[in-house]
Write a protein that binds this ligand. Structure first.
Ligand code: F6R
Length: 613
């Protein structure tokens, strides 16, 4: 949450910062701001709302020549934690009589105490934020060395931060630091960029350094010098960003979400590529760094994740228990962390996170490592904190996901979990024949998704019939239950329709009381075991006049006859059914939200990467 970008070099900083902010807007869009250093003057412009409004404000209030001159600056897009999304609360925050500016992602937990102390020393606060405390704190320690001032200030801080600071007293310098919130430094040709996410800087350089927790760096046009808070120099490897800038652009689609739904066949090809051994009928997941003997010794799996990633983990339970005979407990990561989990060396904890930065999932990883369990990260963002701290895992390789509503990450997560279940199963009782059939099904996933995408217009037409509703239920059974939850989450987060997912059998234990002609039920009726019983539940819904949209397998006339509207999916096995079904539900949610005129890529109150607890 919150996006940070900074530039120092020979080019005009302003445009680079604004373009960077645009790419980071998915991290928060309550307000945005920029601080430019020009001729030893600090110019700060802030604006509530989106980056486009900030750009307009800059054009109206700062002459083009002045904007052009700045060769150094920092910028921020905010997801509000402390204080309303007002201009005063927008970053950058200034101190030292307007000489120093600071942007921050994270939460300063002891800010109230620090604020009181600073106020008694005469600092005047103009915002309700925790961040403004940091700006004043750094300024009080600045006796001629900005790096030292930032280090001194951060030693007094409890909480999480990714920060960037500039000051007129230190022209040509940006000081950055991280603890718990990501920061990456991009190395260019006589220019250096910093950002909370590589997507903001990949247009300018592919050579990046991922800062680690506890790092503080002095960044100049020549590059970064990285230290600990105790001023010990540290060496961080330079990594090469593999993906093209086009991967983070809309490429002709109206929304990132639609683009990401449609690129699932290609994304999943990448997820699967090189990971299946058709001779031994197993999966090759070398990032797990566990031998077949070590894999066979695992007694239990615990999956920690949040939101959509948790739903993928819930699908994982059916995969691991069905294919590898391994008891599997999916846990909401924050709950796991606070319930004193019983785990040990025979357990493998799988942390699923698209961003690899989700605070609760990261905390669960740390707790699991502390308790001596094996931990594997299942992340999309290469080099992310969870991927690094877990030490072993499997990357999704789904490419950058920009739309706030997760789509291709979910299908890639389920596909990776399926490959993990295949591998763990083959280390145990799963036969070579069953392994072979599974390999074929996995190879076939992209083609299956393509068939769902071909239904786009039909799905849009059904969405048009239901776009006006205020409530909706999604029901599924067995392995499709988590997909029902995911369908409901997609719909509620982008269309603001109140939607709930239920196990089909649970409906009559209470929720059925809400059914009437205004409560559509989206029933997952894929032709896999359990369908007949769900069809029975559908009858119960229709008897209460609830209209039912059936997600059915093509050619299944029995299922079609039981419902009011039909979305047809290709025939799949039980293990790949969640993937194809999720794609249909993503399209349904997308079209409903579009017809309701919602801000699909940036739904209200949400941010892509939840780095606060
Ligand atoms: C929903 C969504 C969120 C995330 C959740 C976890 O569309 O995107 O529910 O899935 O915040 O995020 P990651 O996977 O980055 O840990």
């Amino acid at each position: 949450m919150c996006g940070i970008v900074g530039y120092v070099g020979k080019r005009s900083a302003c445009d680079i910062l604004i373009n960077g902010l645009r790419r980071l807007e998915y991290r928060g869009y309550d307000s945005a701001g920029v601080a430019l250093l020009t001729h030893e003057r600090l110019l700060v412009v802030k604006q509530t709302g989106k980056v486009a409004l900030l750009e307009k404000r800059l054009a109206e209030t700062v002459p083009a020549a002045v904007r052009e001159q700045a060769r150094i600056g920092i910028a921020h897009t905010r997801w509000a934690t402390h204080g309303l999304p007002t201009e005063a609360n927008a970053h950058p925050h200034v101190a030292d009589g307007g000489q120093l500016a600071l942007v921050h992602n994270g939460i300063i937990e002891n800010y109230a105490t620090l604020r009181r102390q600073l106020e008694t020393r005469g600092c005047v606060f103009v915002s309700q934020t925790d961040t403004e405390v940091l700006a004043h704190l750094v300024s009080t320690f600045d006796t001629g060395d900005l790096l030292a001032a930032v280090s001194q200030a951060l030693k007094r801080v409890e909480g999480t931060y990714g920060i960037a600071v500039v000051s007129t007293r230190h022209p040509g310098q940006i000081v950055v630091a991280r603890k718990g919130s990501p920061l990456v430094v991009g190395i260019g040709d006589n220019e250096t960029l910093i950002a909370s996410d590589v997507s903001a800087i990949v247009a300018h350089t592919r050579q990046v350094i991922y800062l680690q927790d506890g790092d503080v760096a002095l960044v100049t046009a020549e590059g970064p010098q990285i230290y600990t808070l105790d001023n010990m120099p540290v060496d961080r490897a330079v990594a090469n960003v593999e993906w093209e800038i086009g991967a983070a652009e809309k490429g002709g689609y109206e929304h990132f979400m639609l683009k990401e739904i449609f690129e699932q066949p290609a994304a999943l090809q990448n997820t699967i590529r090189g990971r299946l051994d058709l001779t031994l009928s197993t999966a090759i997941l070398s990032g797990l760094s566990l031998s077949p003997r070590e894999l066979a010794a695992i007694q239990r799996l615990v999956i920690v994740a949040c939101g959509t990633s948790l739903h993928a983990g819930m699908v994982g339970k059916y995969l691991f228990e069905g294919l590898a005979d391994l008891p599997t407990d999916p846990e909401q990561a924050a709950e796991f962390r606070y319930c004193n989990p019983i785990i040990g060396p025979d357990d493998l904890v799988i942390a699923i996170s698209q961003s690899g930065e989700t605070a609760d999932t990261l905390a669960a990883v740390r707790e699991s490592i502390q308790k001596g369990a094996l931990v594997a990260g299942l992340c999309n963002v290469v080099g992310s904190t969870i991927a690094r701290e877990a030490g072993r895992g499997v990357y999704l390789h789904a490419g950058p996901e920009i739309g706030v509503a997760s789509t291709k990450a979910f299908t890639a997560q389920v596909t990776v979990l399926l490959m993990m279940a295949l591998k763990l199963g083959r280390c145990r009782r799963l036969s070579r024949e069953t392994g072979r059939t599974l390999c074929e099904e996995i190879v076939n996933i992209p083609a299956m998704i393509q068939k769902v995408l071909a239904q786009n217009e039909a799905i849009a037409a059904i969405a048009a019939k239901y776009a006006h509703v205020n409530n909706a239920f999604f029901i599924g059974r067995g392995i499709l239950y988590p997909t029902a939850l995911e369908g409901a989450l997609k719909l509620k987060e982008i269309s603001y329709i109140h939607a709930e997912g239920y196990q089909a059998a649970e409906l009559k234990h209470g929720p059925i009381a809400l059914l009437d002609e205004n409560m559509p039920v989206i029933a997952l009726l894929n032709d896999i075991p359990g369908k007949e019983k769900t069809l029975g539940n559908v009858q119960e819904c229709r008897a209460r006049r609830a209209p039912v949209i059936g997600i059915v397998t093509e050619g299944d006339t029995e299922a079609e006859q039981g419902v009011n509207d039909v979305i047809r999916l290709p025939r799949t096995s039980v293990y790949t059914a969640p993937v194809v079904t999720a794609v249909a539900l993503q399209l349904f949610a997308y079209h409903v939200a579009r017809l309701r005129g919602c801000e699909i890529d940036q739904p209200r109150n949400l941010a892509k990467s939840v780095t606060v607890e």
